[in-house]
Design a protein around this ligand. Structure first.
Ligand SMILES: [Zn+2]
Length: 259
């Protein structure tokens, strides 16, 4: 049996126009940064590693000036992945696979703590991140301080069934970044759960079909959003959105199981 636990990887205060490209600036929201721990009989899988703990004490040093201005940290001590794992009696050494949905700072900030895990990252994501580090221009701004460590990165091409039994499937949802991915959890006989990460920031993005301000390729992102919406509306999947404050308030969080 597979169980899913919701972990708090931090909180950020940002302008709503970052989430909704059809809105002007001026309204601030505090958004959660979720990570997810999935316990499968053959190993523990962590989906995203949140914001690095040092961003709280040294935001400019960790995030850089531009990001520190855009995103004000609202995390409390303990709102980071290693402390959250401890709520479940686990440490980084217990995690077999780490999945990075993508390589923005709020999704790979804790990578450096998982020295014994295998990381699953879509190939175009890592290639674009490395190219950006080498000076390529473009709208994609990965976070080298967070992912550029000697870790066991395994490249994934498109859909990938982590344990080969159909229960944990990586779904390519490119567009927000060049190689963004989501995770579908299909438990025996149960309903499907989809962790969208930033392929869909909030329920409102999906319901209104509105893309965020942060987009690498709008056409691809719209296609990915439509795919996720079909999984929800036609497939009956439960969707956990990337940074949805209202949904977050309702979620059962660690140490409890979501389901
Ligand atoms: Zn994010």
């Amino acid at each position: 049996m597979v169980s899913v636990h919701v972990l708090c990887g931090g909180y950020v205060d940002l302008d709503r126009s970052v989430f909704f490209s059809d809105e002007g600036p001026g309204t601030r929201v505090t958004a959660p940064v979720p990570c997810f721990l999935v316990v499968h009989p053959r190993g523990v899988v962590l989906f995203d590693t949140g914001i690095h703990r040092s961003a709280l004490t040294d935001p400019v040093g960790r995030l850089g000036e531009r990001r520190a201005r855009l995103f004000r940290l609202r995390s409390r001590p303990g709102d980071e992945v290693v402390s959250q794992l401890a709520l479940l009696g686990l440490g980084p050494g217990d995690v077999r696979y780490v999945v990075n949905s993508h390589l923005h700072f709020d999704h790979c900030g804790g990578n450096e703590f998982f020295l014994r895990s295998t990381f699953l990252v879509q190939r175009p994501e890592m290639e674009a991140a490395r190219a950006a580090m080498a000076g390529a221009t473009g709208r994609y701004s990965p976070s080298p301080i967070d992912f550029d460590h000697p870790l066991d990165y395994q490249m994934v091409d498109g859909e990938h069934d982590i344990f080969g039994d159909g229960q944990l499937v990586l779904v390519p949802t490119y567009g927000h970044t060049p190689g963004h991915q989501s995770l579908a959890v299909r438990r025996g006989g149960g309903a499907e759960l989809v962790l969208t990460a930033d392929a869909c920031y909030t329920r409102e993005n999906m319901d209104r079909g509105v893309l965020p301000g942060v987009v690498w390729d709008a056409g691809e992102m719209a296609h990915s959003l439509a795919r996720l919406r079909a999984m929800r509306d036609r497939g009956g999947a439960t969707v956990i959105y990337g940074h949805d404050t209202a949904q977050w308030e309702e979620l059962r969080r660690a140490p409890d199981a979501l389901a």
